[in-house]
Design a protein around this ligand. Structure first.
Ligand code: HAM
Length: 461
């Protein structure tokens, strides 16, 4: 049968009688949000550079199979929240709900096993979860994440946790890491059995969802939010009491390395995480003073995933990583009044009167910019009054006025906005003069000059 093509598709009916609106759970990142985002990404890049993590970008679309296999078919973010659909070739694809699976796929696909280990990678971008939208939960969310693959040593876990902790501190948010170990393929089954036995004997006191969890994924019983289940979780068997020697030694070492780096942490036996790939270390990061801390308000989370790459068909390769939700971080920064530094205001405004002045102003603007001067204009406006209002609002130091008369004389009026003094300056000298004045006054610092190009001279023609 012939596959459907674009031209076979009916054009979408035009919506009538309503204005378009955001899809539920989606969010625009507005210009007022951007300084927060920029600051976060800059901090991520700076930390990545100092800890030698390299950037990787994996596609937003992957085979749905990848997440079924890596994260687990029964994990909430796959079973209940993954956006998946057949594409035009009828392959089942998914919008990535998280980043680790794609990184693991890339590690296998590009033979990163042949590189010096650990391979340290970081990423940032959009992820998708068909979650119930509420404060701090979106259907398109953004994360940045760090992954270190190919090294089982506990110091790698501790260093990675240090990256996370320092990143938040550098943004003015002190955090505490809540940490646990969920063991490995040797000891976890023994623990899960003890946990299931505990809950089975209290089956009548647990919620309906937990009854299902008891059959399908008893570990998840521990992070149920229902009050009765929370009460039961307090006395439930703890993973740390069931760790095999290897996992216990690993966990103790991670904690020692955290102590060594003075990273604040608390042990929390309920940090079991909702993704199937985790082994040994699991952790979540909470802002200090966030009293209502719950999994919903975790800034980030992560852990070890020593079986993941093998599970996906690669050679046995350990790994550890974490990811953080950017929207949650921005929300917290706002809540705590952690405003990013404002961009420097322009120093110079060009005002103009008449069409030839407007043309000359275009060149002057370009010349000043090339000299690294922060310059603003309102070239589409006609009246000088309206333009001067803009200059005032921007708080510039100098306004250059290119008028009809000045054009004829080959001059420009330079107005010092602080004292109101106006001077007539030769049009050919105005750029040098402005640069000199700004440098002398050691204004807020010039931006890097752009190398000048031939033909950029100003002529009052
Ligand atoms: P996760 O805990 O599912 O872990 O997500 C990490 C962070 O993403 C959360 O702590 C939260 O800040 C943010 N987040 C999750 N869901 C939403 C949502 N619906 N809306 C807004 N923010 C959200 C992972 O994704 C793992 N891949 C982390 C990891 C990396 N483990 C090892 N390496």
């Amino acid at each position: 049968m012939k596959k459907p093509t674009q031209s076979d598709q009916e054009p979408a009916p035009k919506p009538t009688g309503r204005v378009p609106s955001l899809l539920r759970g989606m969010k625009d990142t507005l210009p007022t949000d951007q300084p927060f985002w920029n600051q976060i990404i800059k901090a991520v890049e700076a930390l990545a550079q100092s800890y030698r993590y390299e950037r990787i970008d994996t596609p937003i679309l992957e085979e749905a199979w990848l997440f079924n296999r890596a994260v687990g078919k029964e994990a909430d973010i796959v079973e209940k929240e993954m956006y998946q659909f057949p594409d035009r070739s009828n392959d089942l694809i998914a919008l990535r709900p998280e980043g680790t699976a794609g990184v693991a796929r890339a590690y296998i696909e590009h033979g990163f096993v042949n590189l010096p280990q650990p391979v340290r990678l970081y990423y940032s971008g959009p992820f998708f979860r068909y979650d119930r939208p509420q404060a701090g939960r979106y259907r398109q969310l953004h994360q940045f994440g760090f992954e270190a693959l190919g090294d089982p040593h506990p110091i790698i876990d501790a260093q990675l946790i240090a990256v996370a902790s320092r990143l938040f501190s550098s943004l003015g948010i002190p955090v505490t890491v809540q940490i646990n170990s969920i063991g490995d393929a040797t000891c976890r089954p023994v623990y899960v059995k003890a946990l299931a036995d505990y809950y089975r004997s209290r089956k009548n006191s647990i919620c309906e969802a937990c009854k299902k969890r008891l059959l399908r994924n008893p570990l998840r019983l521990l992070d149920c939010k229902e009050p009765d289940c929370r009460g039961l979780a307090v006395d439930a068997p703890q993973t740390v009491d069931h760790l095999c020697d290897g996992c216990r030694t690993h966990f103790v070492s991670v904690l020692e390395y955290l102590d060594e780096q003075e990273i604040p942490y608390t042990l929390n036996p309920k940090i079991v995480r909702g993704l199937d790939y985790y082994t040994r270390t699991t952790f979540e990061i909470y802002a200090d003073g966030d009293e209502a801390a719950s999994a919903q308000s975790a800034l980030g989370g992560g852990g070890r995933y020593d079986g993941l790459i093998e599970q996906l068909g690669g050679r046995p390769t350990p790994g550890v990583g974490f990811a953080c939700g950017i929207e949650r971080l921005v929300h917290l920064m706002r809540e705590r009044g952690l405003e990013p530094p404002k961009p420097l205001a322009p120093d110079v405004f060009i005002g103009q009167l008449g069409d030839s002045a407007r043309k000359l102003s275009l060149k002057l603007f370009d010349q000043l910019q090339r000299e690294g001067v922060r310059v603003a204009e309102s070239l589409s406006k006609d009246g000088i009054k309206a333009q001067l209002e803009v200059a005032d609002r921007l708080g510039v130091k100098y306004t250059l006025i290119v008028g009809q008369k000045e054009m004829m004389d080959g001059t420009i009026l330079v107005r010092d906005m602080e004292n109101g003094i106006q001077e007539v300056v030769d049009i050919q000298k105005v750029v040098t003069e402005i640069v000199k004045r700004l440098t002398r006054g050691q204004s807020s610092g010039r931006i890097e000059p752009i190398p000048s190009q031939p033909g950029a001279e100003i002529h009052a023609d």
